[in-house]
Design a protein around this ligand. Structure first.
Ligand code: AMP
Length: 214
């Protein structure tokens, strides 16, 4: 199954993708995670991407298209994949279509997740991750036992640079301007499945499963 999770930052794409990996045994391809790893490892690509990411802007299309093309060619994508955070622009969606058609593949479902802006802000500003092991927390919805300290490894919990309120507002504006047009794009292609992202993680997951089985 070849799946795209589409939706604004904070809607729950990453959380839902992780559950889908376990269910279907196919990998999640998160361009955000790949870019953050490149920034951390100080690769040339990471150095190029960092400024865009810190301000909440999109990294240039050719960079992310190259990342995804390379990743899709790997053996673990044979049975399918879950794209999380890609495509984010119409040129990226066009390029993806071309890459897949060159491999004799296509997208089966685009799950469009939505929640209102107030909820997105609450989710993103409270998001924390362990600087050591990467475990995710939320100050209100999924707090650690001791504030600021990871339950799993006692590492320090940190906020993503781009989860500061000013940057979040920019990321949401960028989403509206550049990514939201993909809803109509995939609707026209007949693969769009709309799912309400508000509710429990398990409830949203079962709505996603129902939408892709329908
Ligand atoms: P995310 O973790 O998906 O919210 O992505 C974090 C940041 O990485 C975004 O704000 C962008 O700067 C960059 N990024 C991730 N995916 C893409 C993409 N498909 N196109 C352009 N920039 C991206």
């Amino acid at each position: 199954m070849n799946l795209i999770l589409l939706g604004p930052p904070g809607v729950g794409k990453g959380t839902q993708a992780k559950l889908l990996i376990d269910r279907f045994g196919i990998p999640q391809i998160s361009t955000g995670d790949i870019l953050r790893a490149a920034v951390k490892e100080l690769t040339p690509m990471g150095a190029k991407a960092k400024g865009y990411m810190d301000s909440g802007a999109l990294v240039p299309d050719e960079v992310v298209i190259g990342i995804v093309e390379e990743r899709l060619a790997q053996a673990d994508c044979q049975k399918g994949f879950i794209l999380d955070g890609f495509p984010r622009t119409v040129p990226q969606a066009d390029a993806l279509g071309q890459v897949l058609s060159g491999m004799g593949k296509s997208i089966d479902h685009v799950v469009s997740l939505s929640v209102d802006k107030g909820e997105l802000l609450k989710r993103l500003t409270g998001r924390r991750a362990c600087a050591n092991c990467g475990a995710g927390y939320h100050v209100d919805f999924a707090p650690s036992k001791v504030a600021g300290v990871c339950d799993a490894c006692s590492g320090q919990l940190v906020q993503r640079e781009d989860d500061k309120e000013e940057t979040i507002l920019n990321r949401l504006a960028v989403y509206e301007a550049q990514t939201a047009p993909l809803i109509a794009y995939y609707q026209a292609a007949g693969v769009l499945r709309s799912v309400d992202g508000l509710g429990t993680v398990e409830g949203v997951q079962s709505d996603i499963l129902a939408a892709i089985r329908a």
